[in-house]
Design a protein around this ligand. Sequence first.
Ligand SMILES: [Zn+2]
Length: 339
Amino acid sequence: MGLRLIASPRFQDHLTPPGHPECPDRARVFDTVAGRWRVRGGEVVEPVPAGRDDLVQVHQAAYVDRLIGSAGRALRLDADTFTSAASIEVARLAAGAAIQAVDHACDRPGPVLALVRPPGHHAEWNRAMGFCLFNNAALAAARARARGLARVAIVDFDVHHGNGTQWLFYDDPSVLYVSVHQYPFYPGSGAAGEAGQGDGTGFTLNAPLEAGATDADYDLVFAELIGPVLERFDADLLVVSAGYDAHARDPLGGMRVTTGGFAAMVARLWSHAAARHRRLVAVTEGGYDLSALASSLEATIEVLSSAPSPPAPMAGHHTRAQAALRAVRAVHADYWPGL
Ligand SMILES: [Zn+2]
């Protein structure tokens, strides 16, 4: 039972307009899942809000001040990103949970899962975007670097590309960003050719999958791309942007991943981390079908609270993965020879 959850009923207090997919009911799912974990004797930690000093580690100070200054008001920050009176405080709580998760994982190595909303991976240096206010996963990576960890890997399996996280570390060789996502799709970025710049060249890996990808497609990308790159990069901490909107039931995504498919991805990541430092921090991103979100989170908890064991390869068609692997290998041949 080494897994720790970070959760709070306060995540229900970020209100979005009626019919918005990133709705408070998602936080009720988090609370149900956390409640079950607590009943089983598992540890659930209350998050502490991130301070301005924390947030400016990855965000522009003027942006942070503008958001903090807007607390108490309902705003529309972009076409589909809204705040209510409590949203800024809740977003600071989500960011704080991600940062705290790193502290927990460093102080007592083991997996930590932060059940947070709003999500974070679309939030950029100076702007809110795609339901995201502060970039929770990026703040986690920045905290790990500030604590002296030399290398951090972020693996993002949300169905959308994590543009915010990618750009924040695009020229930074100490933070590896690996994303597998539907492409072409929102937010438009995430082509295989986006591979980092300057010293960070080669340390951004995008595996764009055509709509309709299956468990077998994701499994092949994890087995042949993500696993080998993580092995070679040899991070001191693994941050997972855990979005569950590639689920077949998801109303936004166009993929066909099952709950078992998510369990397999998490099992591969946990096996990798457990064989090294045991420092794994997973932070929730998207996932908009409530029952798929619940079952996928339960599956994630099952994997992270069990002895690590890599799953058997998943059978099925993986033509979409093969196309993505060809594209990634063509771009990254010079940076990751033999991949
Ligand atoms: Zn998403």
